[in-house]
Design a protein around this ligand. Structure first.
Ligand code: NDP
Length: 328
């Protein structure tokens, strides 16, 4: 039987949102260790922008999208954790989630609990698993510690605010408008700073009575990196995990000594979820928090898949809050 064609978003060259094209391509059948999933919703992530622009280079032509939810349609040999007809969601590499259905490696595809909608599933996997590894697997963070979190009203940010609240961690959130600051506060940020109006490092010193914070989680990169180092207490940990404003500058190791034996790490989710069992465990921990109501997944924007370019424009223009869904 000839394989069904499905609509897929791909790029032939790096560039602006206008480079996002559609093709019809055969979806195929799963081989060993693979599943075919029929998407119900796809998640939009800033990493999709980095891949589209070439900041994170891909072999071209390349499909885009790293996160989605849907129903398992076919299961390849050796896959034991998923069944045909089961609801599922994933964050996974290589990209290719912006489509109606796909065949993919099963290892990072997770059964989705009944109490979590397809939309929430597509909005929470990449972002929520990231928050999980930031708070639980990167550096020890204890109840009562203080974390500075940039872009706190974004997709990763609103989950981080709620995660911190649920674990008794004091989160100082930055955001680019007063409305976004308010949203971060409503979601659990103990203090908020509009970093377009105020020097956030100075404000962090005021809030912490001169001490600085234990950990900074910085996904903004170029514009915030130096101020983030200035916000840390001695022995503090700088987690640089993104580049929304451009690449973070190179670090002079002498600066880390001068500012008080600081630590810097540059993690990526896909190292943390490379192992199948670890990935499934991290997803269960995230699902528990959502099912318990400790974390609410905010889907604040929805675009039909056909309008993926508009979704990219909105994300890059800092016009979004929380998560953005591409409707399939
Ligand atoms: P967001 O929804 O947080 O959108 C990015 C936000 O960054 C914007 O809304 C904006 O918030 C802020 N920002 C600051 N400066 C700029 C700028 N010059 N241009 C655009 N945005 C800017 O995106 P995601 O939730 O998808 O991702 C958040 C960050 O986390 C991204 O940098 C992403 O790459 C990173 N990430 C890293 C992972 C990893 O494992 N390393 C995994 C997942 C995400 P505001 O207006 O409030 O400043």
């Amino acid at each position: 039987m000839p394989s069904e064609n499905v609509r897929t978003v791909f790029i032939e060259k790096f560039g602006g949102p206008e480079e996002l094209k559609f093709i019809e391509r055969p979806v195929g059948d799963p081989g060993p260790g693979e599943v075919r999933i029929r998407h119900k919703a796809c998640g939009l992530n800033f990493i999709d922008v980095y891949q589209r622009t070439g900041l994170y280079p891909l072999d071209l032509p390349a499909p885009l999208g790293m996160e989605a939810s849907g129903i398992i349609e076919a299961v390849g040999d050796g896959v034991t954790h998923l069944r045909i007809g089961e609801r599922a969601a994933y964050a996974s590499t290589p990209p290719g989630a912006y489509c109606e259905a796909r065949v993919m490696r099963a290892a990072q595809v997770c059964p989705l609990p009944d109490g979590i909608s397809f939309e929430e599933g597509a909005a929470m996997m990449l972002k929520g698993l990231t928050v999980n590894y930031l708070f639980r697997r990167t550096t020890p963070i204890a109840k009562g510690d203080t974390v500075l979190f940039h872009a706190a009203a974004g997709g990763v940010g609103l989950i981080a605010c709620q995660w911190a609240r649920s674990e008794g961690v004091t989160l100082i959130g930055t955001a680019g408008t007063d409305e976004k600051c308010e949203l971060a506060r409503e979601n659990g940020a103990t203090h908020v700073i509009n970093y377009r109006n105020e020097d956030f490092a100075t404000r962090v010193r005021e809030i912490t009575e001169g001490k600085g914070v234990d950990v900074v989680m910085d996904s903004v990169g170029k514009d915030t990196f130096d101020g983030s180092l200035d916000s840390l207490k001695p022995l503090g940990m700088m987690i640089s995990f993104g580049n929304a404003s451009g690449k973070a500058p190179p670090v002079d190791l002498g600066t880390l000594a001068a500012k008080g034996s600081l630590k810097v790490t540059r993690p990526t989710l896909f190292t943390h979820i490379a192992d199948h069992e670890t990935c499934q465990q991290m997803a269960r921990e995230l699902f528990e928090k959502v099912t318990a109501g400790e974390i609410v997944i905010h889907v604040d924007q929805r675009f039909p898949l056909a309008e993926v370019a508009e979704a990219h424009k909105a994300l890059e223009a800092r016009k979004t809050t929380g998560a953005t869904i591409l409707e399939v």
